[in-house]
Write a protein that binds this ligand. Structure first.
Ligand code: PEP
Ligand code: MN
Length: 259
C-alpha cells in the first residue's frame, strides 16, 4: 500500500472523529472502584475531555502488583460511559477476552508490551471496533507500522497509533517521548497518531509540557492519566495528574489553540 498518498484515516468513535481535530482521552491508569471511575469520568467530561480511559486488565511489571478489576472494572467503565456519554478506551491483554470486551469498550487499547503480539493483533483485525496501538518501548517506527499492518490486513481499517515514550540511555524520566515520531509518522502513514505523555514522563509535573509538545508537533490527540487521589492510586500514581492539574492543562490547551 502506498501509505503516503492514501487519504488520511478518520476514525469515528460514537461521533468523536479521531484524525479530524485533536482529541483528549483522559482517566485513571486503572479502574479501581465504581466511585473512582464515575467521579473521574464526570470531572474530565466537565473539563472538555472527549473520551474516557481506564484499565481493567493491567500489564504490570511485577505479578505481585495490582492486576486490575477485570470484568467488574469493565462494568464500572461502561456505567461511567453511559452516565457521561464519553466513549471508553481500555486495554486488552489476552486474546481470550476479545468477545467479552466487545460488550464494554469502544476502543481496544493494545499496550506497549503487546505491540508485537501478532496473534492478538490479527484477532483485533477481525473486529469492528477501533484499536489504539501503543508503540513498544523498544520498537522502531517501522516496527510500529508493521504491527499496525497485522490489524489492517485482517480487515479492520481503524487503527490509532500511539507514541508513549521509548527506552533510551536517559534515566531522569521513565521513558523518552519520541516527538520525532509524530512528524515522521505524519509523512509516511494515513493513520491518526496520538501521544501519551503520562507513561513517557512517569512524573506528573512534566506531563503538561509533553502534552503540549505532542499536540504542537501535530498529534491527533493525547491520552492522559488523571486520578482523584494520585497518591493513593493502585497503579501509576506518580504520573497521574490531579483534577486541578488536568483542569489547568485543558485551559492551557484551549488558550494555545492546541485543541
Ligand atoms: C497504560 O496505558 O496504562 C499502559 C500500561 O500503557 P503502556 O502500555 O504504554 O505502558
Ligand atoms: Mn498506566
Amino acid at each position: 500500500m502506498d501509505k503516503s498518498t492514501k487519504d488520511k484515516t478518520i476514525i469515528d468513535v460514537k461521533g468523536i472523529k479521531i484524525g479530524l481535530k485533536p482529541v483528549v482521552i483522559a482517566g485513571p491508569c486503572s479502574v479501581e472502584s465504581e466511585e473512582q471511575i464515575l467521579h473521574t469520568a464526570k470531572f474530565v467530561k466537565s473539563c472538555g475531555a472527549h473520551m474516557l480511559r481506564g484499565g481493567a486488565f493491567k500489564p504490570r511489571t511485577s505479578p505481585y502488583s495490582f492486576q486490575g478489576l477485570g470484568i467488574k472494572g469493565l462494568e464500572f467503565l461502561k456505567k461511567a460511559s453511559e452516565e457521561t456519554g464519553l466513549p471508553v478506551v481500555s486495554e486488552i491483554l489476552d486474546i481470550r477476552d476479545i468477545q467479552i470486551m466487545l460488550r464494554y469498550v469502544d476502543v481496544f487499547q493494545v499496550g506497549a508490551r503487546n505491540m508485537q503480539n501478532f496473534p492478538l493483533l490479527k484477532e483485533l483485525g477481525k473486529i469492528d471496533k477501533p484499536v489504539l496501538l501503543k508503540r513498544g518501548f523498544g520498537c522502531t517506527i517501522d516496527e510500529l507500522l508493521n504491527a499496525a499492518e497485522y490489524i489492517l490486513n485482517e480487515g479492520n481499517p481503524n487503527v490509532i497509533l500511539c507514541e508513549r515514550g521509548i527506552r533510551t540511555f536517559e534515566n531522569s524520566t521513565r521513558f523518552t517521548l519520541d516527538i520525532n515520531a509524530i512528524p515522521v509518522l505524519k509523512e509516511i502513514t494515513h493513520l491518526p497518531i496520538i501521544v501519551d505523555p503520562s507513561h513517557a514522563a512517569g512524573k506528573r509535573s512534566i506531563v503538561p509540557p509533553l502534552a503540549k509538545a505532542g499536540l504542537a508537533a501535530g498529534a491527533d490527540g493525547i491520552i492522559i492519566e488523571v486520578h482523584p487521589n494520585p497518591d493513593n492510586a493502585l497503579s501509576d500514581g506518580p504520573q497521574s495528574l490531579t483534577f486541578e492539574q488536568f483542569e489547568e492543562l485543558m485551559r492551557d490547551l484551549r488558550k494555545w489553540n492546541l485543541i
